[in-house]
Write a protein that binds this ligand. Sequence first.
Ligand SMILES: Nc1ncnc2c1ncn2[C@@H]1O[C@H](COP(=O)(O)OP(=O)(O)OP(=O)(O)O)[C@@H](O)[C@H]1O
Ligand SMILES: [Mg+2]
Length: 269
Amino acid sequence: MGKIIAVANQKGGVGKTTTVVNLAAYLGFRDKKVLCIDADPQGNSTTAFGIKKKGVSASTYDVLIGKARIQDAIIETEFKNLSVVPATENLAGVEIELLNMENRVNRLKMQLLPIKDSYDYIFIDCPPALGSLTINALVACDSIIVPMLAEFFALEGLSQLVNTIKIVKNNYNPSLDIEGILFTMFDSRLKIANDVVAEVEKYFPGKVFETKIPRNVRISEAPSHGKPIMYYDKGSKGNDSYTLLGLEVLGEPLVLPQKKRRGIFNFKK
Ligand SMILES: Nc1ncnc2c1ncn2[C@@H]1O[C@H](COP(=O)(O)OP(=O)(O)OP(=O)(O)O)[C@@H](O)[C@H]1O
Ligand SMILES: [Mg+2]
């Protein structure tokens, strides 16, 4: 059975898109069939998968307003087992258009029902807001990954998100679960970072991913090349961290595949 995971946090720039793109790529590489829905008008995950928005004929916008079936909006990427429903700028108008429509919070869920079991994982990249797009994602999903920064203000944002999750759970999606809280751009040398992790672990026992994603410049470069980190720089720390996150999601031991230690025993006279 397919699992739908929304990656959400109303705070901007916390690594939602980066997490969708790189986790999806790893799971696809591991022979899982993966679909990513870009539910953000910025269309960042669309671009990060190397898809040109100009060539897009049907997008998340068309799917939500019922102009296209989701099957007709799916684009296969050049990466293994990985497809995308792209987003373009017109998605920004959907919040207002949905106001007058029936079932406005259920629209993504309805579209996903017939295709859910054709995939092992479906990720939804949410925008930095708690509007109709994020609500549609929370109603449609089985679980949520919450990327966050280990900063003081992040805690305030988290309680707002948790409230929204509660409302959605009580009204529309009783089995909604937190898959995990993921610390991104993490610097373990900072006391505040470790304090914030301890605080979040106290309130969400067992829900904080053991894997922390460090700040890594290769991760931030990869989208401009239209590639997930594992296809851009396999040897980077960034790739190691998203590999470990992938293993954690799969429930496998957190052991990295052996790296070739080139040159070390390779003496030349
Ligand atoms: N681990 C990391 N190391 C270095 N840079 C990172 C890392 N994770 C994300 N970034 C960079 O930080 C910026 C924000 O990341 P990202 O776009 O994934 O966040 P987001 O939560 O999706 O943002 P938005 O709310 O605007 O959708 C991007 O420029 C991204 O390349
Ligand atoms: Mg984003």
